[in-house]
Ligand binder design. Structure first.
Ligand code: ATP
Ligand code: MG
Length: 450
């Protein structure tokens, strides 16, 4: 019998942009020098702030932005900051231009899917729900019928209260398993869709009797709802066209089987069905359009076909907001012999607002370094901050950011928690920056594989 081992999920502690929480602007849209994890790059941040406002006002659809600047100047970081500012209700999908070259799926298919993930519609629905703060919850666990080794929630008794009423309800396994999964406990404010049984946790209520509160809790606090426990509630959902495509495809079993034969491509008929449905809902005012953002990083990697696809997509009735980023100057448009600024055809460039990002000075590098070190939980002495800042100025911000974790290993091996200048000397010997490695490659040219 095959051995089944439990695979431990690896939690990536910090990704390369995880320190960025937003654009760091004040109410007037002016950039604070250091805020939300961003340092300097003031003009680009303020420009990005204006873009966010236009997106929110629905004035950006069918238009685009291009971030242009040298490598490591924060173009990708700014695009992520824009996504954070827009919030979860605005669809934002990000791809790297190189992802369109897959052997299984056509380029235009990858782009079509990305575009459809970036266009949302907001649907308001009136639903019957049970809503209130949890006064008591008892989940009954039983052995699973399918797998006698496992236990599953079978049913639950739940007491919900509003400011005006208290009600105890019995729920079946569908709701019970969600209560269990979301760890719903006394003091949580939740609502349950009376028809579908979906459970949604909205937050925690303060001052509920018999509930233990901690000084630091990651959940947000909300008001206890008023009125009856069972009531009609308006629920707002933002779905992307791609969500609807997948839903329709799944409903239509025939399509489901066929589309799995086509290797990850969504059937065109399903898309037409979606578009019809959406335009009907928009006409009847039962839904509103939410133009989201499609971010394509390293846009110079797109080829001429991809560019004309995108230009056309911007002109369509349902179109996303396009954000591109590139670090190339004048270069050939991929797939042609034509040179163009940033490798992008002029007719598309004409529709884009360009936001330049500039190289950082020493002061800014020092601040970004400190933020990254804190995010990664890496301790630096005052001297090593200076040493790394100088190194960053002569090499690149990327290089010193990448060195932080190896440096921590080197320090720990010598039994220290903080990184010292000696550790930096050691790390520089072990890991080369781009310039050093190019020099090395030239020196040993004849020995390296071609
Ligand atoms: N202004 C800034 N404030 C804080 N962190 C920054 C800032 N600019 C860049 N960073 C961080 O520095 C690193 C490099 O930036 P980023 O990846 O955004 O560069 P890029 O302009 O996209 O470069 P490339 O052209 O090579 O793709 C990332 O970890 C990023 O989060
Ligand atoms: Mg980038």
């Amino acid at each position: 019998m095959a051995e089944i081992r439990e695979v431990k999920k690896v939690e990536r502690r910090a990704s390369i942009h995880s320190h960025i929480k937003g654009l760091g602007l004040d109410e007037k849209g002016k950039a604070k020098l250091v805020a939300d994890g961003l340092v300097g790059q003031v003009q680009a941040r303020e420009a990005a702030g204006i873009v966010v406002e236009l997106v929110r006002k629905g004035k950006m659809s069918g238009r685009g932005i291009l971030f242009v600047g040298p490598s490591g100047t924060g173009k990708t970081a700014l695009a992520f900051a824009i996504a954070k500012e827009l919030g979860e209700d605005t669809p934002f999908s990000a791809i790297n231009a190189s992802e369109i070259y897959s052997t299984e799926v056509k380029k235009t298919e990858v782009l079509t899917q990305a575009v459809r993930k970036s266009i949302g519609i907001r649907v308001r629905q009136k639903r019957q729900v049970y809503e209130g703060v949890v006064k008591d919850v008892k989940v009954k666990i039983a052995r699973s019928r399918a797998n006698p080794m496992a236990v599953v929630p079978r049913e639950a008794e739940l007491t919900l209260a509003t400011k005006d009423e208290q009600k105890t309800i019995q729920v079946g396994d569908l709701v019970a398993s969600q209560l269990y999964k979301y760890n719903v406990k006394k003091g949580d404010v939740i609502w349950i869709d009376a028809e579908t049984g979906d459970v949604v946790k909205t937050g925690r209520a303060k001052g509920v009797e018999g509930v233990k509160y901690y000084d630091i809790e990651s959940t947000k606090y909300v008001e206890v709802p008023s009125g009856p426990v069972k009531k009609e509630k308006e629920i707002v959902n933002t779905l992307t066209l791609s969500d609807i495509d997948l839903n329709l495809a799944a409903q239509n079993i025939g399509f489901g089987i066929l589309s799995s034969l086509f290797g990850g491509e969504v059937n065109q008929d399903v898309r037409q069905q979606t578009d019809k449905l959406v335009s009907k809902m928009l006409k009847e005012n039962s839904a509103e359009l939410v133009p989201g953002v499609l971010f394509i990083d390293d846009a110079h990697m797109l080829d001429v076909e991809a560019f004309s696809f995108l230009t056309k997509a911007l002109e369509a009735e349902l179109s996303p907001i396009l954000i591109l980023a590139t670090n190339r100057g004048i270069t050939k448009i991929r797939g042609t012999d034509v040179e163009s600024p940033h490798g992008i055809p002029i007719d598309l460039l004409d529709r884009l607002l360009i936001i330049p990002t500039r190289p950082y000075d020493q002061e800014e590098i020092r601040e970004i370094l400190k933020i990254r070190a804190e995010e990664l939980d890496v301790e630096l002495t005052q001297e090593s901050i200076e040493e790394l800042t100088n190194l960053g100025t002569s090499t690149s911000l990327r290089y010193i950011s990448e060195l932080l974790e190896p440096l921590q290993v080197i320090a720990e091996r010598s039994g220290r928690s903080a990184i010292t200048p000696e550790d930096i000397k050691e790390a520089v010997k072990l890991f080369a920056d781009v310039r050093t490695s190019t020099k090395f490659a030239k020196e040993y040219e004849s020995l390296l594989l071609k």
